[in-house]
Ligand binder design. Structure first.
Ligand code: C2E
Ligand code: CA
Ligand code: CA
Length: 423
């Protein structure tokens, strides 16, 4: 690299096509830098300040890397930096240098603007073309953003595989949903055992998806993608409709069951969520108290006040609202009191150790005691062993769910399990 070819200024992206870089790409490490939430700066301070900031940010990067490499301004607030491997002691050295400066204050026209950056890093191989190199650095940037920003992230093949798999899942999900067919989706039900009544009065509905290309895909994998790509609303409505029909079917066979349905905040945010539920329940003539909605604490907290009101109204109509995976996140007593709920589901992680760790046992006992004091029921999930079951009975838990009772099963198997359960 000669200084002549790359003067100490911010280079335009067209210059990147330069022959020298193309031929010797493997001698560089590529950093793809981007200001976190730049749109916020444009919206709050105006575009002219945004432009000055970009100029200053480019200079800042230029100064930061000094003679180690070259900076190119790419699209909008994106900058690409090529660091010459021959000029640095190690990649660690340069990443540590950047790490320290991910947060930076700029003074522009009397404003003090603090920005944070995210940076994707890729080490090109011999003979790789520039476009491919930039794409991989961008994938690493995307990874840094997904980790919440103000981060450096390296490109790995795994990142690429994840992105490709996500793209296929998105495409296949969309294909499955065409014409409202929901091809390959089914619902299984996992029995929930009431300790006091000594019988199964409830099941949780769990979605399954078998796709011709991907095979069985776990809901933990495809639900977040469905949420992100805006198809969760349709899928969620399909699930609720199918479950409500199933409750009616069971009723016809003389089986009275409550079904716990997992819902995503995206569904509650849909304009017609409440009315749709009311219509479905009234059409099938089931009771509101035959439905329970499960939602995690983080998800419930992400809801706007008006959507929380929808849950409150459903609760008033008789629908149970349960906090799923309780204890998994930053569960707080305050949320337990103020959210519109009437059940908590103790996360598997506690249940896993309840029979071997006295502190966990004590914690669960106090949690259950408190939940009962404020009028909530408690279900423990992920119960796999008799020892766990016995401990949970001692702790005062109301209901038990897990492989110890039954795995998730087909709708027609529920009756047999209900009739044969003896504990
Ligand atoms: P979740 O709501 O916490 O569901 C419990 C998960 O634990 C289920 O996994 C269930 O099969 C599994 N499980 C049940 N008993 C045991 C046990 O004894 N031991 C162990 N290790 N696991 C047990 P699944 O069906 O793969 O679902 C994963 C997650 O996907 C669910 O976690 C839920 O968050 C989401 N999900 C599933 N179905 C739906 C749905 O219809 N709608 C929405 N929004 N999310 C769903
Ligand atoms: Ca659940
Ligand atoms: Ca759960």
């Amino acid at each position: 690299m000669t200084t002549k070819l790359f003067p100490r200024k911010i280079n335009n992206k067209n210059l990147m096509e330069n022959n020298y870089l193309k031929k010797n790409i493997h001698q560089y490490i590529v950093f793809y830098a981007n200001i976190d939430k730049f749109q916020y700066i444009n919206d709050n301070y105006g575009h002219s300040i945004g432009d000055i900031l970009l100029e200053k940010y480019g200079q800042f990067l230029r100064n930061l890397i000094g003679n180690y490499g070259i900076v190119f301004k790419f699209y909008s607030d994106e900058f690409i930096i090529f660091i010459n491997k021959n000029r640095i002691k190690s990649i660690d050295f340069i990443t540590r240098k950047m790490q320290k400066r991910l947060c930076k204050l700029f003074k522009i026209q009397g404003y003090e603007i603090i920005i944070t950056s995210s940076i994707g890093i890729y080490q090109p191989a011999i003979g790789e073309n520039l476009e491919e190199v930039i794409r991989k650095a961008y994938i690493a940037l995307h990874k840094a953003k997904k980790q919440g920003g103000k981060k450096l992230a390296f490109y790995t093949g795994q990142t690429e595989e994840n992105i490709q798999r996500k793209a296929i899942i998105t495409k296949e999900l969309n294909k499955s949903l065409i014409n409202g067919m929901f091809n390959g989706f089914t619902i299984v039900y996992q029995p929930i055992y009431s300790i006091k009544k000594k019988r199964i009065e409830e099941v949780e509905s769990l979605i399954r998806w078998e796709n011709s290309i991907l095979g069985n895909v776990s809901p933990s994998e495809f639900i977040p993608i469905a949420e992100e790509t805006g198809i969760m609303q349709d899928l969620g409505y399909w699930i609720i409709k199918k479950v409500i029909k199933q409750i009616k079917e069971w009723e016809k066979e003389g089986i009275k069951l409550k079904v716990a349905i997992n819902i995503s905040p995206k569904e509650v945010e849909e304009n017609n969520f409440l009315n749709n539920i009311k219509k479905l329940i009234e059409r099938e003539k089931i009771n509101y108290n035959q439905i329970k909605f499960e939602i995690t604490e983080t998800q419930i907290l992400s809801l706007e006040e008006e959507n929380l009101r929808i849950l409150k109204e459903l609760k008033q109509l008789g629908v149970d609202i349960s906090i799923d995976d309780f204890g998994e996140g930053y569960s707080s007593i305050k949320n337990m009191i103020f959210l519109p709920i009437n059940e908590i589901k103790i996360d598997k992680k506690f249940v896993e150790y309840i029979h071997i760790d006295e502190k966990i046992e004590l914690l669960v006992t106090s949690l259950i005691l408190f939940a009962h004091k404020v009028g909530y029921k408690v279900t423990a999930e992920g119960v796999e062993y008799k020892e766990q079951f016995i401990k949970l009975v001692e702790c005062g838990c109301d209901s038990i769910q897990g492989y110890f009772i039954s795995r998730p099963i087909q709708q027609e198997e529920v009756k047999t399990i209900m009739e044969n359960i003896k504990l």
